[in-house]
Design a protein around this ligand. Structure first.
Ligand SMILES: [Cu+2]
Length: 361
C-alpha cells in the first residue's frame, strides 16, 4: 500500500512540475518573452533525463524483488527448453527495449529546441522502413519456429515405454487413474458415471478396469527420468491441467481426450533441497476458470524413484476393490440378500454386497 502511495506521489509531483512549466510558459508568451520558453525546455529535458534513470533503477529493483519469488528450475526436459526460449525472448526484447528507451530520452535531451536550432523535417525513407520491418519479422519468425518445434515435442507421440496415466478434471477436483498391474487403462463410459461408486464411469465388463487405481485427491505419482503420457479429460466443463513446475499446461475438455507427455528429471525430495524449502510440493493447478470452486482444484505431483513408486503402487487398492463392487476379495462371505442396499454408497471395508454392483441408468 505504501508503495502505491509513493508511486502516486511521484506521479503527482511530475504533473505539478509540468503544470508549473506550462503556466509560466503561457505567462511568458503573454509577456512576449521567447527566452523563458527555451529555459523551460531545458528544465523539462533535465527532468526527463532524471525520469529515465529513475525508470531504469525501478526496473532493476523489481527484478531484485521478484528474484526469489519466481518458479524454481524446470523439472522436466521440455521445461528446460521452454525456459531457454523464454530467456532468449526476454534477452532479445530486453536489448531492443533498453536501446530504444535510451535513444528516445537522449534525443529529447540532445535535440531540444534552442534559440539557434531549426527543426529538421524528415519525411520518409524506404531503406529505413525496409530495415525496421524486415529485422523484427525475421527475429519473430525464428522465435515462433523454435516455439512450434518445442510445442510439437510436448504434444507428439510419447515414447513406447511411457507410463500412461489418466487425469480427469471435474467440479472441483482432479481424478487420477493408474493402470494397475496389467499396465492398461480400461474403457470408460460417461453414462456409467456415479459419484457414489463409479467416479470415472469405468465399464466393469472390461477386465482392464479391475485393477485400475483412482486417486480422488488428485495425486499424480511420476517416476523420475521415465516418460509419462497423460491422457487428459473432463467430466463437466473445460478445465486445464496446469503443471507450472514442468512448464506445461493442457486443456481438459469434456468429450475428447487431450494428451501431453513429460519426463520429470527432479524428484520432489531433490527439489526440496534445490529450493531450500522442506515443504515444497509440485502442484497441479486448474488453469481454466471453471466455476465457483475453481480455486480449490489443487492437485499434487509426486516425483519419486522407481522403487518408491512401486512401493506406493503396491500399497494401493484398486477402485473396484475399494468400493466393494461385485464383492471385494477382502470379504468373500458376501450374502446374496441385500438388506440395506437401497441407494447406499458402498464404502471400503464394509460388508461386500453383490447387489450394489454399479447402479447405472
Ligand atoms: Cu477446473
Amino acid at each position: 500500500m505504501s508503495g502505491l502511495i509513493t508511486i502516486l506521489l511521484i506521479f503527482l509531483v511530475f504533473i505539478i512540475i509540468y503544470q508549473i512549466g506550462k503556466a509560466s510558459e503561457y505567462a511568458s508568451v503573454m509577456r512576449g518573452q521567447e527566452q523563458v520558453k527555451f529555459k523551460t525546455n531545458r528544465v523539462i529535458a533535465w527532468i526527463l533525463v532524471a525520469f529515465f534513470f529513475l525508470f531504469m533503477y525501478s526496473i532493476w529493483r523489481f527484478n531484485e524483488y521478484f528474484k526469489g519469488l519466481l518458479l524454481p528450475v524446470a523439472a522436466c526436459e521440455n521445461g528446460v527448453k521452454y525456459d531457454s526460449m523464454f530467456n532468449v525472448t526476454v534477452a532479445v526484447t530486453g536489448i531492443v527495449f533498453f536501446a530504444t528507451q535510451a535513444v528516445l530520452f537522449w534525443f529529447v535531451y540532445r535535440y531540444q529546441a534552442t534559440e539557434n536550432r531549426k527543426s529538421f523535417y524528415f519525411a520518409h525513407s524506404n531503406k529505413l522502413e525496409l530495415l525496421w520491418t524486415t529485422i523484427p519479422a525475421i527475429a519473430m519468425a525464428i522465435l515462433v519456429a523454435i516455439g512450434l518445434k518445442n510445442w510439437a515435442a510436448v504434444t507428439s507421440e510419447a515414447p513406447a515405454n511411457a507410463t500412461v496415466i489418466e487425469v480427469v478434471g471435474k467440479q472441483f477436483n482432479w481424478l487420477v487413474r493408474y493402470p494397475g498391474k496389467d499396465n492398461e487403462l480400461g474403457k470408460r463410459d460417461f453414462r456409467k458415471i456415479s459419484d457414489a461408486n463409479n467416479v470415472l464411469g469405468l465399464d466393469w465388463k472390461d477386465p482392464h478396469n479391475m485393477d485400475d487405481i483412482i486417486s480422488q485427491k488428485g495425486e499424480l505419482h511420476l517416476v523420475v527420468n521415465k516418460p509419462t503420457k497423460l491422457l487428459i479429460g473432463s467430466r463437466d466443463v473445460i478445465h486445464d491441467v496446469g503443471l507450472a513446475h514442468f512448464r506445461l499446461k493442457m486443456d481438459a475438455v469434456p468429450g475428447i481426450t487431450t494428451t501431453l507427455w513429460l519426463t520429470p528429471t527432479i524428484t520432489t525430495d531433490s527439489m526440496k533441497q534445490i529450493t531450500h524449502n522442506p515443504n515444497f510440493v509440485y502442484e497441479i493447478s486448474c488453469d481454466q476458470m471453471c466455476g465457483k470452486g475453481h480455486y480449490s482444484m489443487r492437485g499434487t505431483v509426486i516425483v519419486e524413484t522407481q522403487a518408491q513408486y512401486d512401493a506406493w503402487l503396491a500399497a494401493q487398492q484398486s477402485y473396484y476393490a475399494e468400493n466393494n463392487i461385485g464383492g471385494a476379495p477382502a470379504a468373500p462371505a458376501a450374502s446374496t440378500e441385500a438388506p440395506k442396499a437401497g441407494g447406499e454408497a458402498p464404502k471400503a471395508g464394509t460388508k461386500a454386497d453383490s447387489s450394489k454392483a454399479v447402479s447405472m441408468k
